[in-house]
Design a protein around this ligand. Structure first.
Ligand SMILES: Nc1ncnc2c1ncn2[C@@H]1O[C@H](COP(=O)(O)OP(=O)(O)OP(=O)(O)O)[C@@H](O)[C@H]1O
Ligand SMILES: O=C(CO)[C@H](O)[C@H](O)COP(=O)(O)O
Length: 297
């Protein structure tokens, strides 16, 4: 944790919607004049696409059916914890990008990096106001690493699993060129690591945004469309509402048709997710930045 160089971690499984939440944060950063150092979680995968396929084949040859992008063998958890610790202490550190497709490769043509590869490590610029992480492991904690301890604001993006699968299948088939069968195979192979490394993070997060469809998603594999915002609700859970001085009466007034399901949980119509994030997160970001300015003097 660092008042001078705060770290915001948005964590969610593959297809959960963390990139979508990142866009909401980027709007808030622009409006608040905050300059973040953006770190994408998949850049801390251990292997590029070609080497990952080889590592998968090796693991299967040894009888392992649980080796996946979600676990410690395929991710640089130690390096991620080191980045968070270094940034918290100094406001500096090293980052890179993982290129998922040809469009992203074209945007980075000057680096000559192909789809499925990493860009070279680069130094985080000196004058950032915070580090913003978006990916699978922003709050990961294992026997040997504890990334979670360094994050000052921990956000979980955790749609109910049927919706998460629908979102992943939709995105991976339409944007990453995978077949439905390949995506389902990936989901199944990742299940062990999902349960042991991804899910445990969401008891540590300060705020979880859980989108819940109110239409039938019984068979996520045949679902043709992603349930829209208006076809869903969002359950927003605060681990310690007092810590962030959450004003529930204000939120209930501002978010039409919202209600409290528990003392620390507000439910809002799916179409109000963006507004809810803005009303909840803007004051928190402002307080984090005020605190940073107070220690910078
Ligand atoms: N709140 C939402 N309402 C409707 N669709 C959503 C919402 N959030 C995400 N989606 C859709 O779900 C799919 C996955 O979203 P997104 O790319 O943000 O996931 P992700 O968590 O970034 O995945 P990955 O970590 O694998 O990149 C996308 O097609 C996106 O449009
Ligand atoms: O989605 C992911 C987990 O967040 C991985 O980043 C992704 O699967 C990387 O592999 P590829 O781009 O080859 O599918």
């Amino acid at each position: 944790m660092s008042r001078k160089h705060p770290i915001i971690a948005v964590t969610g499984s593959s297809g959960a919607g963390t990139s979508t939440v990142k866009e909401a944060f980027e709007h808030m950063f622009r409006r608040e004049g905050i300059k973040p150092a953006i770190v994408e979680g998949d850049s801390f995968h251990r292997y590029n696409r070609v080497d990952m396929k080889k590592a998968l084949a090796e693991a299967e040859k040894k009888g392992s059916r649980t080796f996946s992008h979600f676990g410690p063998e395929a991710n640089l958890f130690g390096e991620l914890e080191e980045l968070f610790g270094t940034y918290g202490d100094t406001g500096r550190g090293r980052r890179r990008l993982y290129v998922h497709n040809d469009d992203e490769a074209a945007e980075l043509a000057h680096l000559g990096v192909k789809s499925g590869e990493f860009t070279p490590w680069e130094e985080i610029p000196e004058d950032t106001d915070c580090l913003f992480y978006e990916g699978l492991h922003g709050c990961v904690s294992t026997k040997t690493t504890n990334v979670a301890q360094h994050a000052d604001l921990k956000i979980g993006v955790v749609p109910v699993i049927n919706l998460e699968w629908i979102q992943k299948i939709h995105r991976d088939t339409s944007e990453r060129g995978y077949s439905e069968e390949a995506v389902m195979e990936t989901i199944l192979r990742r299940m062990h690591d999902y349960v042991h490394y991804v899910v445990p993070q969401f008891k540590l997060t300060d705020i979880n945004f859980q989108r819940v469809p109110i239409v039938d998603t019984s068979d996520p594999i045949i679902a043709r469309d992603i349930p829209t915002a208006d076809e869903s609700l969002v359950v927003i859970r605060f681990r310690k509402p007092d810590r962030f001085r959450v004003d529930f009466p204000f939120l209930l007034q501002m978010l039409k048709d919202s209600w409290m399901s528990r003392r620390n949980t507000i439910v809002v119509p799916g179409g109000k997710m963006g507004l809810a994030m803005e009303l909840i997160l803007t004051p928190i970001l402002r307080r984090i930045m005020e605190d940073r300015r107070s220690v910078l003097g």
